[in-house]
Design a protein around this ligand. Structure first.
Ligand code: UD1
Length: 369
């Protein structure tokens, strides 16, 4: 029996772990999975609602670490996770994505000589001012099995000197979740509730420190949003960090002057899926949304200077446009006027990645027994 601890912590982790835990439970004659939530995200709208929407079984354990500086948060996760590993003595720890919980759990497991499988390995923005880039580099250099979403990720890892035996191209597990939930999302009334018509609005999300922690930058992006709203309504689903900065910088009044900019709390997985899948254009600084819009063929503008997901640009619908308000406006108008951009769905973003992941873990366990 393989004992496996699956770790989640923050919003973008939940849609990645859901199909993996599901697949492990289907193999319950051979695998005993445990789900550990670090508690990095704790608001209902950032955590619990995803468990409900994605029908993820309750976490077996919540370490309750909450918010803090990077060092504080990472240290608290490590302190709380170590005894869990010592008690459960798993054969593997599975971590996903690039949040602080991903890196913290990896460091603890590696030092206790527990094998780590990293799902979404090999992505690189080459921008070390981004905390996630540090998390990716540390996690990938320690993990024993690197499960990659795209071929460019394999190349990044090889270039860093990682042994090819550790790397397995499995595809994008988030797309498993997307495909499984499209029909369920279709029945929701979120468009009616917000007074929107399909393909007659844009969606925006924003939460990166580089975009929201500096007043000038945040104000510029919000001004661009308000200008775009003159053309088409924009729904802006506001992350708690961003909400706090808008209040701190006194920017509410600016937004309130534009009634076609519709602000909402962070939405649940299904409601947000229903929303952006019906939108004309998405503006975001999220990683996952670049991938989801590519699969659904929705034009996406990434409000960052770089992306660790270049395949969404070369094959998909994504354009990396930075955070200069004039450029955002120009690119948005261009995307609205010339929206027929052919997109390809990348290899293995096919809804079957979770089973390839669990196969790879089982295979690796057999060869090393
Ligand atoms: C984290 C991840 C980021 C991911 C994002 C998705 C890291 C380094 N960053 O960023 O990669 O894209 O999650 O949301 O791991 N807060 C709440 N309620 C919550 C969680 C956070 O109010 O449930 C507020 C707190 O003020 C907190 C701030 O948001 O200080 C930032 O939270 P944190 O978990 O540190 O990082 P995120 O910005 O959410």
């Amino acid at each position: 029996m393989l004992r496996i601890i699956n770790v989640v912590g923050a919003r973008p982790n939940f849609m990645k772990i859901a199909p993996i835990v599901d697949e492990m439970r289907r193999r319950s004659d051979r695998i005993q999975p445990l789900l550990v939530h670090t508690g990095q995200h704790y608001d209902d709208s950032m955590s619990e609602s995803f468990f409900k929407d994605l029908q993820i079984p309750r976490a077996d354990m919540n370490l309750g670490v909450g918010s803090g500086s990077h060092a504080e948060q990472t240290a608290r996760i490590m302190l709380a996770f170590e005894p869990v590993l010592q008690d459960f003595r798993p054969d593997w720890v599975v971590v996903v994505g690039d949040v602080n919980s991903t890196m913290a759990a990896t460091i603890v497991a590696s030092k206790l000589l527990v094998r780590v499988a990293h799902v979404e390995a090999g992505l690189r923005s080459r921008d070390r001012s981004m905390p996630e880039e540090i998390n990716r580099i540390v996690t990938d250099s320690l993990a024993d099995l690197l499960l990659t979403p795209s071929r460019d990720a394999d190349e990044n890892l090889l270039r860093e000197g990682i042994s090819p035996q550790k790397i397995r191209f499995v595809g994008n597990v988030m797309i498993d979740t997307l495909r499984r939930n499209l029909d369920r999302a279709r029945g929701l009334d979120v468009l009616d509730r917000l007074g929107l018509q399909s393909k007659q609005f844009c969606v925006m999300t924003l939460h990166r420190p580089s975009n929201v922690d500096d007043k000038q930058t945040l104000q510029g992006i919000l001004d661009a949003m308000c200008a775009l709203a003159e053309r088409l309504p924009v729904v802006f689903a506001v992350h708690p960090r961003t909400q706090a900065r808008i209040e701190e910088f006194g920017l509410e009044e600016r937004i309130r002057k534009q009634p076609r900019a519709v602000l909402t709390e962070p939405l649940g997985y299904l409601e947000f899926l229903q929303l952006y899948s019906n939108s004309r254009l998405v503006l975001t600084d999220s990683g996952g949304i670049q991938e989801e819009t590519t699969v659904l063929g929705i034009p996406c503008l990434t409000l960052r200077e770089n992306t660790e997901r270049p395949i969404t640009v070369t094959e998909g619908t994504n354009r990396v446009v930075g955070s200069d308000p004039r450029r955002i406006e120009r690119e948005a108008i261009d995307a609205l006027d010339n929206s027929t951009r052919p997109a390809r769905i990348p290899e293995f973003w096919d809804g079957h990645t979770a089973s390839r992941i669990v196969d790879a873990i089982e295979e690796r366990s057999r060869t090393e027994d």
